[in-house]
Design a protein around this ligand. Structure first.
Ligand SMILES: Nc1ncnc2c1ncn2[C@@H]1O[C@H](COP(=O)(O)OP(=O)(O)OP(=O)(O)O)[C@@H](O)[C@H]1O
Length: 277
């Protein structure tokens, strides 16, 4: 399969600060339709890697190496690309959902107007067709009462609804790759499963590729075909999910798997009758 995203020897440096790069010699590929999980402890460089792919790193952070995205109109080298070229790529080739939905949503703009923007720009919709597409996009992420949501500001809807709006926004320009960076970590546990299911079904129905970043191993195991394990800014191990989790080669991956199993073993002992944990 051809690679939609190729990251080669990516480094993320903190300009003006001596020492090892924050992300060091990271390489991986994501094929068309593939779902790649990125796991690793807090501070291992997962988010910086995602931000580099989206070219959202700001000074003093600086990326080196190569990040190639295959678009409908040839490959784009993200590091060093002209801003105009990138504007075309963001949204239509790659969309992103972050831990905190407010990161991609404007608090001062009604939700419908925010969604209309990429639909107008990337799909050329206007007037009634645009209004219908906004409501369809909200219905597609299973938000009940799309008309009301479209008229609302983001602070007028719940955390789970906000993340669904952020997903609708990321999908609006029909990207070929979705980057989801800890998309359920900040959500109430009761709505996490629904948002995960939504990401999985949206990716499957659209035949999109997915980069799913999480420190939660069972969640990644359920969603990813292949996994990249990161630690201290470097890739420790990469492999097919089942293979990597059942027979990890590296000590660090074995520790992650063992910690996750130990937590799992505790679960049946937890009170299920309304007791507090
Ligand atoms: N703007 C910044 N300036 C300086 N250091 C930074 C900056 N952003 C991140 N870092 C550092 O880079 C390292 C990698 O951070 P990153 O956010 O990529 O980790 P992560 O694996 O995504 O962690 P988490 O799971 O907690 O989100 C960390 O040591 C972090 O402190």
């Amino acid at each position: 399969m051809t690679a939609l995203l190729s990251v080669d020897s990516l480094g993320v440096h903190l300009d003006g600060v001596a020492g090892a790069p924050l992300v060091d010699d990271v390489s991986f590929e994501v094929a068309e339709g593939e779902r790649l999980g990125v796991i690793g402890e807090s501070g291992s460089g997962k988010s910086l890697t995602a931000l580099a792919v989206l070219r959202l790193l700001a000074h003093p952070l600086r990326a080196t190496g190569s990040i190639r995205l295959a678009t409908g109109e040839g490959d784009v080298e993200v590091i060093g690309a002209r801003q105009r070229r990138l504007d075309g790529v963001r949204g239509s080739t790659v969309g992103a959902v972050f831990q905190e939905p407010l990161a991609s949503l404007d608090p001062l703009m009604r939700i419908g107007a925010q969604l209309a923007w990429p639909l107008r720009r990337h799909r050329g919709l206007r007037g009634d067709a645009l209004r219908r597409a906004v409501l369809d996009a909200l219905a597609e992420v299973q938000l009940a009462a799309p008309e009301r949501i479209a008229r609302s500001f983001i602070h007028e809807v719940s955390g789970g609804q906000r993340q669904r709006v952020a997903i609708a926004l990321a999908l609006a320009a029909q990207p070929r790759l979705l980057i989801a960076d800890e998309p359920t970590t900040a959500l109430d546990v009761t709505v996490q499963a629904g948002v995960l299911e939504l990401i999985q079904s949206s990716v499957a129905e659209r035949g999109m590729s997915l980069v799913f970043i999480s420190h939660d191993l069972p969640v990644v195991a359920g969603i990813a075909d292949r996994v990249v394990v990161m630690r201290a800014g470097r890739v420790v191990e990469t492999g097919e999910t089942r293979q990597l989790l059942s027979a990890p080669r590296e000590g660090y991956t074995r520790t992650l798997v063992a910690a996750s199993r130990a937590l799992d073993d505790l679960l049946p002992a937890a009170p299920l009758d309304g007791g507090r944990v």
